[in-house]
Design a binder for this molecule. Structure first.
Ligand code: FMN
Length: 157
């Protein structure tokens, strides 16, 4: 609930809050879902079967103004909004000692069927949550600050 609350407080374009989080914590349901959505070409994410909780992040219709502004600017504000809310959620999880993984690679059609989401809705992201089995931290490479930033004008690294 703390993780959901952190997501709930996230900022969004025109305060649209274009999200719905479905917590999948029923063991049987979660297992069935994992077997279906992380198989075949999506098998790289089958590690998520070990996680006790999945959160399916559904995009909801935003405010009219946000959609209109997005069209004028050719910017998908709702995806920016979802990204911020999901990151709030996983940062709160981390604060509580809960590990997480963002996943954009899963069988969306199968997931929609299992949790009765209308076909016209979109699930862009699934997040796994669980207490890490090991106290191991895999440090991923990041580009240097020099490569990703510049001052006063654009400079590609
Ligand atoms: C939008 C998005 C989609 C992602 N999809 C996946 C995924 O399907 N499977 C996976 O293992 N990690 C996925 N990740 C996690 C990234 O691979 C990971 O954040 C990146 O490699 C950096 O690692 P770190 O977060 O551990 O520092 C995704 C992250 C984001 C933001």
């Amino acid at each position: 609930m703390k993780c959901l609350e952190a997501a709930r407080l996230a900022p969004s374009a025109c305060n649209s809050q274009p999200w719905h989080f479905i917590v999948i914590d029923d063991t049987e349901l979660k297992k069935r879902i994992c077997d279906k959505i992380f198989s075949g070409i999506y098998a790289m994410n089958k590690f998520a079967k070990e996680a006790p909780v999945l959160i399916a992040v559904v995009s909801e219709k935003g405010r009219f103004l946000s959609g209109l502004g997005g069209q004028v600017r050719d910017t998908r504000y709702f995806l920016v909004d979802l990204g911020i809310a999901c990151e709030h959620l996983v940062l709160q999880a981390q604060e509580l000692g809960i590990g997480s993984c963002w996943m954009g690679w899963f069988d969306e059609k199968a997931l929609k069927k299992e949790i009765r989401i209308p076909v016209n809705k979109k699930i862009d992201i699934v997040i796994s949550l669980g207490y890490p089995a090991e106290d191991k931290f895999v440090l991923k490479n990041r580009k240097t600050l020099g490569k990703i930033s510049s001052f006063n004008c654009y400079q590609s690294a």
